[in-house]
Design a protein around this ligand. Structure first.
Ligand SMILES: Nc1nc2c(c(=O)[nH]1)N[C@H]1C(S)=C(S)[C@@H](COP(=O)(O)OP(=O)(O)OC[C@H]3O[C@@H](n4cnc5c(=O)[nH]c(N)nc54)[C@H](O)[C@@H]3O)O[C@H]1N2
Ligand SMILES: Nc1nc2c(c(=O)[nH]1)N[C@H]1C(S)=C(S)[C@@H](COP(=O)(O)OP(=O)(O)OC[C@H]3O[C@@H](n4cnc5c(=O)[nH]c(N)nc54)[C@H](O)[C@@H]3O)O[C@H]1N2
Ligand code: SF4
Ligand SMILES: [Mo]
Length: 870
């Protein structure tokens, strides 16, 4: 069965066969390749913790009860407070068909613009910039441009980790045709590390830099005046505005960059969240588009600006109008003809006239009591929106919160009605990737329990709200046909989003649909190859953007940059359950530049308290020379379930781009302070045996899944243990231990040593060690070895042995997840064979020869071992 990966916007094809999941060699997006996350998808097909039945107020209910209840609450709110008192908040992880139905219901039939999506946090800025420049939300290029470029500039994009299979294509172009790769990023990311040139830009500096590049191209006479004259408008004003821009980076670096940009017509600029998630995002993206328009580097082989989409179906959501400021099928709210067209097509007399609330505003409105009922699906806003404490409070204040998800989350925990959603591998539909390629995502197993697809839930809600006729869809194919027909309706070339040939696709053909680009038309898949933009006069618009220097942060503050880690996905509902994906990073850290750390006397592993206007979090520091001084980086993934450092969004404020409403997740402002730990603890437990972890102690803690269903917990005490602490009282503050279990323990309160083993019949449930000195604790491998031994062979004393007496040999962290090669094995191979290249490490150990995600780390080992050998 052919399907697609549920993670990033590269949109790789997969084959689900009897032997498991493999890359689909026939899929044009990946030609058989997969990254670590894609390659480990099979491990996520575990339904143990899934939501399987609807609940109302925590009590199990039937689907009819839950949907009747939800519809009653929606109907009552609409009757009493009007359509704008209800809202949907949905997701780029929806399939296009889910999205189409949700949008049609809210905008067409409930009559409110209040449907927004987590793409607001991700793609809203490129959407706004594309519409300003091209008259339509269009990514002009295709992935083949990465193969055919001579210069690829990644800005605000850590593609080596976040779009790995596409990044491999860039590396291949370098091998084949000598393509130069540049990474613009305040930190030396894995992408920057593998690039030919890294520009360590100041946070938010991209607008000025791209404006300066435009200015420079004008000075060097490398503009495409014919293209400017024939296909664009507004150039003069844009150039005047650009003249004021200083490039903001080191002069020598700018000269190097400028030379490459000025002399390389085949240039791709690929951008992502480092650009999209800032207070000047839309203007910044228009500065990038200005440069490409002015040099005619658009719609040509190897020459394009390229917005990398985050989620698998961020693009599909934009096609159906999932954002509160779009209608559907690239139709605009502010165009009366568009409004009329959609009203007639849907036969929707109630079609919303006004844009709805954008995500951050929507949660503000909930806080203020203006939203009576919200339906959230496919997103976890309690973790992923800025100001998460405030967002949680907003959810708690809203009279009716309905959440559809596959797993329990911090958002479902605050819902009145929880609906079990069918997820990837269980549902059918289509997705569109970054290059406008539509692929079928197919079900290859049944959903657990009563879980249902989202499109079905929305049609059932629509029926109960009195709109049965307009939502009489038998299956996803029927929804797709209507979606395609709408894109073609009275289009006549006005909108490039056009699926006309698919408007009557029979069910069988939809089932067999092979990946295809939109617009569905023969010929080159690039758009704007001959100008013909989607504006009224067919000309692209230059936008005159000026770079205002970023407000100087108060002294003593640091820029808090947040983003992704290689092996985790968002709020970890899927990846966070897989031990293999913990090998790369197993708990939250704050990555600090050595000079900043030194100033505060902080070393790797020390605790650092990070405080912003919105909250405080304490977490372990990780000194990282990749950070620029004055900036620090935290992974966005860790939730409160994984540890006390979750979620970093407790610290991110409400700043956002004024045009797109996208939050500035990358540019938080915080202060740091070292915290002295008072004690340390480690525990290993069986997840099923420990009813609940109770982190209600004065400690920083984190939990990591280990193989065999074990959970590894770490504690660092920030408050002293109270007088009279015993092993049992300590364990009781940390865990809800079931009463049937027996315990053995050992304590030396004076020395701050506490050890406890909880047993049940023949097996160990929990081993807990606490000590003042971290070095006195056993390793997790040693504890694991005790779990794996037969209890009979261990006496109580052996269970409680501390460090040193253990015979366990730490196997070391796995670096290459594909081939399970550990750090010690790689270091040993480098030293033994005097290896100097990535290829040599691959030949000796196989590390780095799978998906290639660990290559940047291998480079680090080579550097380190070389230095050590000198
Ligand atoms: N492993 C993994 N891959 C993913 C995801 C995931 O969760 N995990 N999520 C997917 C999704 S939804 C998305 S949106 C994408 C995101 O993909 P990316 O945008 O590539 O990922 P991020 O880590 O959010 O941010 C990218 C980089 O922006 C840099 N940056 C911060 N501030 C600035 C700045 O002012 N200027 C510049 N030039 N750079 C800056 C950061 O240091 C970071 O390295 O990834 C997708 N792929
Ligand atoms: N600090 C910081 N915060 C960020 C970002 C950042 O860079 N820094 N990036 C932002 C970006 S770009 C993004 S995209 C967001 C991502 O953050 P979220 O939108 O919260 O994404 P997920 O954590 O993937 O949550 C998706 C949820 O949907 C569920 N789900 C999966 N498939 C389905 C389905 O088919 N139906 C239903 N009903 N549920 C499903 C999953 O179980 C999961 O709980 O985070 C944003 N937040
Ligand atoms: S690159 Fe993206 S789509 Fe491809 S396998 Fe990796 S996560 Fe999945
Ligand atoms: Mo995203």
């Amino acid at each position: 069965m052919n399907t697609t990966c549920p993670y990033c916007g590269v949109g790789c094809g997969l084959i689900a066969g009897p032997g498991g999941l493999t890359g689909d060699a026939a899929h044009p997006a990946n030609r058989g390749k997969l990254c670590v996350k894609g390659a480990t998808l099979g491990l996520t097909l575990d339904d143990r913790d899934r939501l399987t039945t609807p609940t109302i107020g925590g009590r199990a209910a039937t689907w009819s009860e839950a949907l009747d209840h939800a519809a009653d609450r929606f109907a009552a709110a609409i009757a009493e407070h009007g359509p704008d008192s209800v809202a949907f908040y949905v997701s780029g992880q929806f399939l296009t068909e889910d999205y189409y139905v949700a949008n049609k219901l809210m905008k067409g039939f409930i009559g409110s613009g209040n449907i927004d999506t987590n793409s607001r946090l991700c793609m809203a800025s490129p959407v706004a910039a594309h519409i300003r420049a091209f008259g339509e939300d269009i990514v002009p290029g295709v992935y083949a441009d990465f193969d055919e470029a001579d210069l690829i500039v990644f800005t605000g994009a850590n593609a080596a980790w976040c779009h790995p299979v596409l990044f491999q294509r860039a590396l291949r172009a370098r091998e084949v045709r000598g393509t130069k790769i540049i990474a613009i990023d305040p930190r030396r990311s894995a992408t920057a590390d593998l690039a030919d040139l890294h520009i360590p830009i100041a946070p938010g500096g991209d607008l000025a830099l791209f404006a300066a590049l435009l200015n420079l191209c004008a000075e060097r006479g490398v503009l495409d005046h014919r293209f400017i004259r024939n296909h664009t408008s507004g150039f003069d004003d844009a150039l005047i505005a650009a003249r004021t821009a200083g490039h903001g980076i080191d002069d020598a670096l700018f000269d190097q960059l400028a030379d490459l940009v000025a002399t390389t017509p085949r240039m791709v600029t690929a951008f992502s969240q480092g650009v999209n998630q800032s207070e000047i995002a839309t203007d910044t993206i228009n500065a990038i588009l200005n440069l490409h328009l002015a040099t005619g580097r658009i719609g040509k082989p190897g020459a394009t600006a390229f917005s990398l989409t985050g989620q698998p179906n961020a693009m599909g959501g934009r096609e159906v109008g999932g954002l509160a400021n779009q209608l559907a099928a690239h139709l605009a709210f502010d165009d009366p003809a568009h409004h009329d067209l959609l009203r007639r097509f849907w036969q929707a007399p109630n079609l919303a006239r006004r844009q709805g609330l954008k995500a951050v505003d929507l949660f503000d409105a909930m806080h203020q009591g203006r939203i009576q009922a919200i339906w959230i699906a496919g997103t976890n806003p309690a973790e992923s929106l800025p100001r998460s404490n405030y967002i949680r409070a907003a959810l708690e204040r809203c009279p009716t919160v309905i959440v559809a998800d596959c797993w329990p989350t911090a958002t479902t925990a605050r819902a009145h009605i929880v609906l079990p959603a069918a997820g990837w591998s269980e549902k059918d539909g289509t997705v569109t990737n970054s290059e406008r390629l539509i692929s079928r995502q197919r079900a290859f197993r049944s959903a657990p329990g009563d879980a249902k697809p989202d499109w079905w839930m929305f049609t059932e809600l629509a029926r109960r709200l009195g709109h049965a006729a307009a939502f009489d869809f038998a299956n996803p194919a029927a929804i797709f046909r209507e979606h395609a027909a709408l894109s073609a309706f009275e289009n006549n070339g006005a909108r490039r989003f056009d699926l006309a040939p698919l408007a009557a696709i029979p069910d069988e053909d939809y089932d067999a649909l092979r990946p295809l680009h939109w617009p569905v038309a023969p010929g080159d898949q690039r758009l704007f190859t001959r100008g013909a933009f989607s504006t009224q006069d067919r000309r692209a618009r230059f936008i005159a953007v000026t770079a205002c220097p970023r407000a100087i942060a108060a002294s003593g503050t640091i820029t808090l940059n947040t983003g992704r880690l290689r092996d985790q996905w968002h709020t970890m509902t899927r990846t966070g359950r897989i031990p293999a994906l913990m090998a790369h990073r197993d708990a939250a850290t704050l990555d600090l530049a050595p000079p900043d750390a030194e100033r505060h006397g902080i070393g790797t592993g020390d605790l650092v308290e990070l405080t912003s206007a919105d909250g405080t979090i304490t977490l372990p520091a990780r000194l990282d020379a990749a950070q620029s001084a004055g900036t620090c980086f935290a992974g966005m993934h860790w939730t409160q379930d994984q540890g006390s450092a979750g979620t970093i969004n407790r610290l991110i404020g409400s700043a956002r781009d004024p045009v797109s409403g996208e939050p500035a997740f990358k540019h938080g402002i915080a202060r740091i302070r070292k915290i002295e730990p008072l004690w340390h603890g480690i525990a290993l437990c069986r997840s099923a045996a420990i009813a609940r972890l109770k982190p209600a102690i004065g400690a920083v803690w984190s939990r990591t899944p280990r193989v065999g269903g074990l959970i590894h917990l770490r504690f660092t005490g920030t408050a002293p243990l109270s007088q009279g602490t015993t092993c049992r009282t300590l364990a009781a503050t940390m865990f809800d231990l079931q009463d049937t279990i027996e315990t053995v323990d050992y304590a030396d309160a004076k020395c701050g040593v506490f050890r406890l083993a909880a047993l049940n019949g023949g097996s160990i449930l929990l081993l807990l060690h606490v000590a003042r000195d971290h070095a006195a604790l056993p390793t997790v491998e040693a504890l694991e070895q005790r779990f794996s031994q037969a209890l009979g062979s261990l006496d109580a004393g052996a269970l409680l042995i501390g460090r040193g007496a253990s015979r366990a040999v730490p196997t070391g962290r796995i670096v290459c997840v594909c081939h399970q090669v550990s750090e010690p094995a790689i270091r040993a191979a480098i030293a033994a064979g005097r290896l100097t290249t990535i290829e040599a490490i691959g030949a000796a150990t196989k590390a780095g020869t799978g998906c290639g995600s660990c290559v940047s780390e291998l480079k680090g080992f080579l550097r380190h071992e070389c230095v050590a050998a000198e």
